[in-house]
Design a binder for this molecule. Sequence first.
Ligand code: SF4
Length: 110
Amino acid sequence: MERRGFLRWFFSALLVALVGRAASPAKLPPLIDEKKNPEAVKIHFVQDGRKGKGRTDPKAYCRNCTEYTPLGKMESDGVGRCNLLTGGSVKSTAWCSSWVMNPDLYKKSS
Ligand code: SF4
């Protein structure tokens, strides 16, 4: 490929990549790995709240915890940020042993 042809191809590809990136929705942080994240291990965090060790309230999930802030949807699950965990996001249906009820959100949970 001639130099001029290569440059035309390169800048076209770059433009397509930049436009495509700008049009895509904001990326959500990846889900926290409950087995590898040391903070998560410490608070017995599980992405599937139903499997929480020591969880006694079947309505207790991250989505109705005071430490949870919703961020969006990943596949069909709601995901958010936890004030106690860094390095990723948590599912709205996750749980940990530091769960603290948010009364307003808890009432809305069925
Ligand atoms: S503190 Fe709350 S939001 Fe954070 S992981 Fe535990 S239950 Fe979920």
